[in-house]
Design a binder for this molecule. Structure first.
Ligand code: GAL
Length: 367
């Protein structure tokens, strides 16, 4: 709780303080535009960015688009008019070439470097403007690691009784999972949803176990490819509150002991934690000895998720390294402040895609 209040306080200070990094180097000022200040993982990245820029004595101002692409574009326009040195953009509407190209055109017309951040835009968008870079993750990687973490947990010897997994409640060789999906159009949501399940199933096959969508998921076919995974989910949109509502509805229709719901996979920790609160309402995942327990996996390794794992309420997560992301953004900003091209030296220092300036900060399984 203390930690959350601290992060919030930093977010609020940085939202209101113009030029958080002091006077700045030679009139340099960076502007960062966030899809929403309410996003937990990004709040920690914002706090890290504020600290990194302040240490480097580089001015940085944050802007909250509050989930509106129109507001984001207005804020970018104002920052350009005020003479920004770099646009650091966490786009609101993902998966839309038009939405991204509007911003590219504004940056190009003003001849300002454009640093896309966290919410991925297409290769075509990045390649359309040489003075642009994307900093984010390999979207599939978090899913692959989450699938590994799920399989590692389910395969642990102490999670079996004879030939039966303790989490296969109805003993049918199938673990029925609920998927709490992030936003549509978002590469990370897509990669995590698909690769968590395919990876877990590849690793579980040898023990005759597999994950299959719980009847509690909504079948959204034909929204995504008909692969038996991508269309089955509850749409939590990265939010703990939404995940909590969705899980409460699912738990009103399905019992936690019938085998209809045997595991929860969330695209991010906030959604996982929202689901856990709903489980708590049914006496599950409270951390108390002897309480019922449904394995729950997230992504991000937020402070709250780490705490829930320590307390025995949550099962696992994947570390998304927000501090390294903030440092990467600072590296690029420093290039600009010191008169070099924004992408100077990135290939030697970071994990960069071939043929497009996309920097991927690696994930790790959180232990
Ligand atoms: C993801 C992160 C989520 C949320 C999302 C916003 O990388 O895991 O928690 O912050 O970005 O698009």
């Amino acid at each position: 709780m203390k930690k959350i209040a601290f992060v919030l306080a930093i977010a609020m200070i940085s939202a209101t303080a113009a030029f958080a990094g002091g006077g700045g180097e030679r009139g340099f000022r960076a502007d960062a535009f966030w899809y929403s200040f309410a996003d937990t993982f990004l709040a920690s990245v914002r706090a890290d960015m504020t600290a990194e820029f302040a240490r480097a004595n580089l001015a940085l101002q944050h802007h909250d688009a509050n989930n509106s692409q129109t507001v984001l574009v207005d804020q970018i326009r104002t920052a350009i008019t005020r003479g920004t040195s770099v646009l650091i953009v966490n786009i609101v509407t993902t998966g839309s070439e038009d939405a991204a190209m509007t911003i590219v055109n504004m940056a190009r017309d003003a001849n300002v470097p454009l640093l896309w951040f966290n919410r991925e835009v297409s290769n075509a968008v990045v390649n359309s403007y040489p003075n642009s870079v994307f900093v984010g993750t390999d979207a599939d990687e978090a899913g692959v690691m989450q699938g590994q973490a799920i399989a590692d947990f389910l395969l642990r010897a102490d999670n079996w009784t004879g030939a039966r997994s303790n989490f296969d409640l109805n003993g049918d060789g199938v673990i029925n999972y609920i998927m709490l999906r992030g936003e549509h159009g978002n590469a990370e949501a897509f990669g995590r949803t698909l690769h968590s399940v395919t990876t877990a199933n590849r690793l579980l096959a040898a023990r005759g176990l597999r994950l299959a969508p719980s009847p509690a998921n909504v079948n959204h076919s034909p929204m995504y490819a008909d692969d038996g995974i991508s269309n089955f989910f509850l749409y939590a949109n990265w939010s703990a509150a939404i995940a909590n509502d969705l899980m409460n509805t699912a738990l009103a229709a399905h019992s936690l002991t019938s085998g209809a719901i045997e595991l929860i996979v969330a695209n991010n920790d906030d959604a996982a934690l929202g689901a856990i609160s709903a489980l708590n309402g049914h006496g599950f995942n409270t951390g108390a000895a002897g309480a019922g327990y449904i394995p729950v996996f997230g992504v991000d390794a937020t402070a709250a998720a780490q705490e829930a794992i320590r307390a025995g309420r949550m099962t696992g997560t994947i570390l998304q390294d927000g501090t390294e992301m903030a440092r990467t953004v600072l590296f690029l900003a420093r290039n600009i402040a010191e008169g070099r091209p924004m992408n100077d030296g990135i290939a030697a220092r970071f994990n960069v895609d071939s043929g497009v300036a996309k920097i991927r900060v690696p994930h790790a399984i959180f232990n």
